[in-house]
Design a binder for this molecule. Structure first.
Ligand code: 5GP
Ligand code: ZN
Length: 114
């Protein structure tokens, strides 16, 4: 998707502080962090939202979680705790329509955050 900012970051064509990349997912720091650690984990292929996830995407969706676990360890927040957020659609406040898992931590958090 040429006009998708997250596709552009995945392809290295837009500025984004990439912290992890493999064959199926890319992770980069959120441009507007809400906590000391705020990383977005995205599939390399364009998937709009959870609504569009297919059964064949289950390994990819599971991999997004294990990458979140890895990055939480690297960030040193695995023991203090972190929040994983997947906003889906207007009521959840999804503004970027390329599936992304927020990894947020580094400070105590209230729930919900907004
Ligand atoms: P959503 O509300 O869709 O779940 O969250 C989208 C997130 O993407 C927001 O936290 C926003 O700060 C972040 N974001 C929007 N545009 C960019 C960008 O160009 N680069 C990066 N790194 N993050 C972005
Ligand atoms: Zn995209």
């Amino acid at each position: 998707m040429e006009n998708c900012i997250f596709c552009q970051i995945v392809q290295g064509n837009a500025s984004g502080a990439v912290v992890y990349q493999d064959e199926t997912v890319t992770a980069f720091r959120d441009i507007n962090p809400v906590a000391p650690t705020h990383i977005l984990i995205v599939p390399n292929k364009h998937i709009v939202s959870v609504n569009e996830l297919q059964v064949e995407d289950e390994p990819l969706a599971g991999h997004m979680l294990t990458v979140a676990r890895l990055l939480a360890e690297r960030e040193g927040i695995n023991e203090t705790g972190y929040r994983l957020i997947l906003n889906n659609g207007p009521h959840a406040g999804q503004v970027i329509f390329h599936l992304h898992l927020h990894l947020i931590g580094g400070q105590p958090m209230r729930y919900p955050m907004g």
